[in-house]
Design a binder for this molecule. Structure first.
Ligand SMILES: NC(=O)c1ccc[n+]([C@@H]2O[C@H](COP(=O)([O-])OP(=O)(O)OC[C@H]3O[C@@H](n4cnc5c(N)ncnc54)[C@H](OP(=O)(O)O)[C@@H]3O)[C@@H](O)[C@H]2O)c1
Length: 323
């Protein structure tokens, strides 16, 4: 018997598919599989995901280079953020929430993944999307938004009138950090590759430094804050351009972090899901004072290609999966 459009719609409501990590290693398998339909917890929700971003942490986990999952956890879902509509409400969900409402989330726990058709999120992990912000843009901004905000303001304590050097200013976290620091009233310098200099300056950097053509030590000095999204030698060299009493904040794992020399505070951190920060980010996006650059989109079933693109593409802007 031929299936009716109603049957298709019903299937859409109950069938989940998710990007799953099935084994570790650089040639490790990302598979898009049928998955169980999640149920909302207490005051949480289940999101019918429409857009979810790919972040470097996803392929670092796949490659065994990030300590958040190990072989015993596999198969495991992947993806740190997403946007879509509310599909299910928890029994204690806020009475202002409704089925079908557009929301976005930073998925906090590694037991869940945003790269799926449905994902459960807790009340502290999601916020409503303003009308003027697209679902794709909202789906691209969850992890990078909280990372940039918490790095600059919670850990970096950046104030108006201060100077900040952002390493990796054209990347996902970096291009938001450049804009957020500019909105705060800081003077922003950023490193990036030559192809991205004009882009980073268009976001509000006083100067973008082409890291392939120029040493940043020859350009900046006495920075109040260095926000490091690159690590390694870049992190070490940065100590020379920070003023006495200044700060280096890095997103790169603790084991790689340089020791704090006298007079300079050095801190690494892990971004944590915070719906207050998400709401503040979207508030800036609502009136276009903050924009997220979406690079290439892929269908969910092409997640494998999206990971390759994100790891090797060198194009600026977020890689986004559409479900
Ligand atoms: N701790 C946390 O909670 C947390 C959260 C989010 C991200 N992270 C980490 O933070 C890092 C940045 O994340 P992301 O999402 O922004 O990555 P991304 O989108 O891949 O951006 C990285 C950027 O750095 C540029 N780049 C490469 N080498 C550089 C150098 N030597 N100097 C300056 N720029 C350089 C890249 O451009 P080209 O390729 O064109 O050179 C790219 O624009 C990643 O390692 C990620 O895993 C950590």
């Amino acid at each position: 018997m031929a299936e009716t459009p109603l049957a298709d719609a019903a299937r859409d409501l109950i069938e989940n598919r998710a990007v799953m990590l099935t084994r570790m290693g650089e040639d490790g398998a990302i598979e898009v599989r049928d998955a169980t339909m999640p149920a909302p917890h207490d005051d949480g929700i289940v999101i019918r995901v429409e857009a979810a971003s790919v972040n470097p942490v996803d392929w670092k986990i796949r490659d065994g280079a990030a300590p958040f999952l190990d072989e015993d956890d596999l198969p495991a879902p992947i993806g740190r953020d997403c946007a879509g509509t509310i599909a299910l409400l928890g029994p204690a969900a806020h009475n202002m929430l409704s089925i079908g409402q557009r929301v976005m989330a930073h998925v906090g726990g590694f037991d869940r993944g945003g790269q799926a058709r449905f994902v459960r999120v807790d009340a502290t992990e999601f916020t409503a999307i303003p009308d003027s912000v697209s679902t794709i843009d909202a789906g691209a901004v969850g992890l990078i938004g909280t990372t940039a905000w918490q790095g600059l303001f919670d850990h970096g304590r950046l104030e108006a009138g201060q100077s900040v050097l952002i390493h990796g200013g054209a990347g996902g976290v970096g291009h938001l950090a450049v804009q957020l620091a500019r909105i705060k009233g800081a003077t922003v310098y950023a490193t990036c590759s030559g192809k991205d200099v004009a882009f980073v300056e268009s976001l509000g950097a006083k100067m973008a430094i082409d890291y392939e053509a120029q040493d940043f030590e020859d350009v900046v000095s006495e920075m109040d804050l260095v926000f490091d999204l690159i690590g390694g030698a870049v992190q070490e060299r940065s100590l020379a351009v920070i003023r006495d009493g200044g700060t280096l904040i890095t997103t790169i794992a603790e084991s790689d972090t340089v020791e704090a020399p006298p007079g300079i505070r050095v801190e690494s951190y892990m971004a944590r899901a915070d719906n207050g920060v998400l709401a503040a980010i979207l508030d800036h996006m609502k009136d276009a004072t903050l924009r997220v650059e979406v690079g290439k989109t892929f269908p969910l079933d092409a997640a494998q290609d999206a990971y390759v693109h994100n790891r090797e593409g060198h194009d600026r802007g977020k890689t986004v999966l559409l479900t």
